[in-house]
Design a protein around this ligand. Structure first.
Ligand SMILES: Nc1nc(=O)c2c([nH]1)NC[C@@H]1CN(c3ccc(C(=O)N[C@@H](CCC(=O)O)C(=O)O)cc3)C=[N+]21
Length: 292
């Protein structure tokens, strides 16, 4: 079997282009660009890289970026005060506070402080609840990007067996909710799952998001399954996913590489959510079909 290597980078570029077209229309209509505020506390080098690529994508899409870099010792009260300022700023349509935050700051206190209607990360419990109950809100960027790649690869997902490995609030849980919405039969596996190989072997769709390098082995995968690898693990042999790519590739119909798979989709979906937020806040119509 020759697997399709899913080109997330190319798909993401296409999405960013379509977002850019609608951002230009928004700007022509309202006289201002969609605005995204990104807050980075401390100077973790990996986080710095992501913040920089978000900044570049924002400008390239014709949106306004507001970057706030705060020292690692910033107090929780000061960070909350900044979030309050961004919530109240009409030029800011989306707010992203880069995670993880330094240990002395309670992440939940910050995430719940963000106006849910500016929460383009989709991390606020109000948006998790909206997703779980079928209301319009913001869907976290990584699982949204994974869903777009799956739909592109498979079309209708209805009735398919999907296994999500990982149960985080930012990937596993929203991914499972999205797949349920698509009428998949969804299993959420995690570190306590007894027979991970057996559970994965049932799946037509595998989404791996556990953060364990090369955990998912090729022999575990049902021949012809589609595999989405969310893992970005820095190891001695470079960046690797949660799936043993070399072992898995011959078992799959299609698989995402790391890098060049899900990662670029996360940023493209952040641009998408920011545009949608701007349109909703200004009552401007947008073409949802072009944003999927
Ligand atoms: N509030 C918040 N929202 C986030 O969305 C968020 C966050 N905090 N904290 C950090 C993680 C990580 N993240 C990535 C985004 C893009 C790539 C990406 O584009 N990766 C490329 C290159 C990877 C590389 O070379 O480092 C790829 O996979 O091809 C990766 C990781 C967003 N995150």
């Amino acid at each position: 079997m020759t697997a399709d290597i899913i080109d997330g980078k190319a798909f993401a570029l296409g999405l960013r282009e379509r977002v850019g077209k609608q951002a230009a229309a928004f700007t022509a209509r309202t006289g201002r660009q969609p605005g995204l505020a990104v807050v980075l506390v401390g100077d973790d080098p990996a986080s710095s890289v992501y913040v920089r690529s978000k900044g570049k994508a924002t400008a390239a899409a014709g949106m306004q970026g507001f970057e706030h870099r705060l020292p690692a010792a910033t107090s929780q009260a000061d960070l909350i005060a900044l979030v309050d300022t961004l919530n109240a700023d009409p030029a800011v349509d989306g707010i992203l506070v880069q995670l993880p935050l330094p240990g002395h700051i309670d992440e939940r206190a910050i995430i719940t402080r963000i106006d849910p209607d500016k929460d383009v990360d989709g991390f606020h419990p109000v948006n998790a609840g909206r997703l779980a109950t079928g209301l319009d809100g913001f869907v976290p960027c990584t699982p949204l990007g994974c869903l777009m790649l799956l739909r592109h690869q498979l079309g209708d997902l209805s009735g398919k067996e999907a296994v999500v490995v990982g149960r985080s609030n930012i990937v596993g849980k929203p991914m499972a909710a999205l797949l349920v919405k698509e009428s998949c039969t969804v299993t959420v596996a995690h570190s306590r799952t007894h027979d991970l190989a057996g559970v994965i072997h049932r799946a037509d769709i595998v989404v791996a998001a556990v953060g364990v390098p090369r955990l998912v082995k090729g022999e575990w995968i049902k021949p012809g399954a589609v595999v989405i690898d969310v893992g970005i693990n820095r190891t001695e042999d470079g960046l690797v996913g949660d799936v043993d790519f070399d072992g898995a590739v011959s078992h799959t119909a299609a698989i995402t590489p790391v890098p060049g798979g899900v990662g670029p989709m996360t940023i493209a979906c952040l641009m998408r959510n920011t545009l949608v937020s701007a349109c909703r806040r200004e009552g401007v119509a947008y073409d949802a079909n072009a944003l999927g």
